[in-house]
Design a protein around this ligand. Sequence first.
Ligand SMILES: Nc1nc2c(c(=O)[nH]1)N[C@H]1C(S)=C(S)[C@@H](COP(=O)(O)OP(=O)(O)OC[C@H]3O[C@@H](n4cnc5c(=O)[nH]c(N)nc54)[C@H](O)[C@@H]3O)O[C@H]1N2
Ligand SMILES: Nc1nc2c(c(=O)[nH]1)N[C@H]1C(S)=C(S)[C@@H](COP(=O)(O)OP(=O)(O)OC[C@H]3O[C@@H](n4cnc5c(=O)[nH]c(N)nc54)[C@H](O)[C@@H]3O)O[C@H]1N2
Ligand code: SF4
Ligand SMILES: [Mo]
Length: 745
Amino acid sequence: MTLGPLADTGKDGRHLLTCPLCEAMCGLEIHVDGGRVSRISGNRDDVWSRGHLCPKGASLAAVHEDPDRVRVPMIKVDGEWRQVSWDAAFRRCTELLQPIIAEYGIAAVSSYIGNPTAHTFSLGRYIGMLLGMSGIPTSYSSGTVDQWPKNLTSHLMYGGWWAIPVPDIAHTDLLVIMGANPAVSQGSLLAAPNINAIIADIRNRGTVIVIDPVRTATAAKADEWLPITPGTDAALLLAVIHTLFDEDLIRLGAAGEYVDGIDTLRAITADWTPQRVAPATGISADRIRQLARQLANTDKAVVYGRIGLCTQEFGSLASWLVDVVNILTGHFDRPGGAMFPRATAWSLTTQQLPGLEGGRPEFGRWRSRVRGAKEVLGQTPVSCLAEEITTPGEGQVKALITVAGNPVLSSPAGHQLDEALPTLDAMIAVDCWLNETTRHADVFLPGLSPLEQPHHDDLLLQFAISSVSNYSPAVFFPDDPDRPDEWEILIRLTGLCTGTPAEAVDVTALDDGFFDVMCYLQGLTGPEIRARYDHGGPERILDLTLRTGPFGDRYGENPDGLTLDMVKAHPNGIDFGPMVPQVPDILSTPEKKVRLAPQYLLDDLPRLAARLDRRADELVLVSRRHLRSNNSWMHNFTPLIKGKDRCTLLIHPDDAAVRNLTTGDSAVIASATGRVEVPVEVTDAIKPGVVSMPHGWGHGRAGTRLTVANGSPGVNNNILAPPTFIDEPSGNGAVNGIAVTVEPA
Ligand SMILES: Nc1nc2c(c(=O)[nH]1)N[C@H]1C(S)=C(S)[C@@H](COP(=O)(O)OP(=O)(O)OC[C@H]3O[C@@H](n4cnc5c(=O)[nH]c(N)nc54)[C@H](O)[C@@H]3O)O[C@H]1N2
Ligand SMILES: Nc1nc2c(c(=O)[nH]1)N[C@H]1C(S)=C(S)[C@@H](COP(=O)(O)OP(=O)(O)OC[C@H]3O[C@@H](n4cnc5c(=O)[nH]c(N)nc54)[C@H](O)[C@@H]3O)O[C@H]1N2
Ligand code: SF4
Ligand SMILES: [Mo]
């Protein structure tokens, strides 16, 4: 097939764009005709995704064209939004924030950083500036209802909070998936192209087992579904490890030389027998033993755990033990097992945290003011934010900056935050929609659409199963040529927090300073490197991170090495091949060893033991995702929302029968924090005793500008999530495994 040349930004014709929406990073073809998108398809020549795309990527035109998408900055005057110039919007930020900082200090300012910051070209590269250089002492993020346990266990085991082993699904013969639904999510902390096809390939040559309370789309395609009681994965894994020791199945392989703590593990798992954990987990002792044997006796095998393992009561223990099982069965740092990716460009996000270098187990260095929650890896649970806003006293949060987030829907007991936000003295939102959270802002600073900015991933490359690089220029110019990119907005807000009026911030100077820090991390002299560039911004950072990455030219040291120019010359991307063994180089512990049994995690085992003896809850609630949703924010696009109501409660026929419920009935679900009413879907695709609701719904609120979403609002499951129901070691919100009751409405 011969394809025409690529069109330049703003021109009609064929554009290539890496989809920024999820970890699949699909290469798309965007066809523009008469200044508008006429068609979006998968780019078959993309070296990574080979033509794959999903309905969300195919809907990027709807995202771009959405009349509700905010394109002009706004300030709120007497409760009404008024469109203003950028200069006026930044001046308003100054007017609001400066007096608060003058009176109460910077500790009265906080920020909330949402999920899309990990996905967009400029936010991903500059959010580190706001977090690291603004002086804001306490920031909150969606990270503490997501991967915090995995960050914690990687920090403790490997000395790097983002040194996260990824299952080498392209080469494994036995894949055990726990608490993840990649058929829908497309992979998480696991960036792979067309993951469904890869899983189908594993089945052709081997076996896929899914351990999940729900027979998900992934489980339906697997060889076996093992329904598990939510929150008991750590117990299951301890029994697997017990069996490995008991039956002499430990095979460390080449990595063995770099592993510390085997004897401790043997001792602590001695009484975690399969018989002991079987009743609580719902998986028989025989099946647990057999699972251990399968893993030990398959040359290429790997266990993968994700959001269902992290966002639960024992998220840290479960996340840790997944890695331990992979290591003990010899499926670590070798093809087909759990491996460390080699990203073509490094990310500032994944650098060591100041004061915690080398995996130091020092947490609780400070505690949240109201609840006394301990800081872990620099953050306290996002569920603390509401009380920090509403509780008076020294250190009360008076001003909030939100960047690409919707914590009113996405965080535990978000309804309490919804009530707290209007009491702030000032709120600034960097977002693209007036959602359930940003409607409370005083200033709204809109970001560009995904088609108005270039793309090259940053954080997601750190989880990619092969080392790829792919740059795509913007498809369109912004409607207003003077519109700042989001990185510039973040620089101005950073400057404002450190004392300069936002409108007067010297953007170039701060950008240069930030770049110099990144150069310093690589042992380079910033001003010397800067002299090579005639522009700053994320492109300069991208060039730096590529050139100083594992394949880079290091500014001429390796003359054939990678540069951004080289990537740009390959519009279908460059692939440097699959993951390769990296231990011990990847380890950042001072002794260059993997710590198999960190004391901080061992200290949590008694809590798990107590869980086994706890009386079973009547019903527990878990969350789910849908292929055509993206957390809370893609419900406003007609192509994605049409079809039957997705915001339903899945319930097993036995549980439905005793409550007189049939499909279509409305039920009231209640927990310790709240109650919601939701239509019921009776199905045998769920374990008895468990019910499931999707997250990210609950639209239809006054002041939002989400015309389509508000027509199919659904209800919010996080109303049911108690703010103090957390994974203790990490502080991560446990939005799965919530005790609930269900009865007819
Ligand atoms: N019950 C339950 N709760 C959960 C989860 C769950 O499984 N169950 N999952 C958790 C997880 S894993 C996550 S990551 C969080 C997500 O939590 P959040 O990040 O708080 O929520 P999102 O729905 O991703 O909202 C992102 C917002 O960013 C805005 N946005 C989109 N693109 C851009 C952009 O380019 N620039 C800017 N500035 N803004 C943009 C949109 O308006 C959108 O509202 O939710 C968590 N909450
Ligand atoms: N289409 C789509 N794709 C997405 C997103 C989206 O909203 N929509 N969100 C993106 C984001 S931010 C993330 S973090 C990823 C998440 O990607 P995944 O980790 O694949 O997340 P989910 O699809 O929510 O699957 C979590 C599974 O955990 C199960 N589960 C719940 N509790 C437990 C438990 O205690 N034990 C076990 N074993 N299982 C449990 C649930 O039933 C569910 O099937 O997806 C990303 N991709
Ligand atoms: S799977 Fe869909 S949302 Fe994810 S990158 Fe591909 S097209 Fe985009
Ligand atoms: Mo997430």
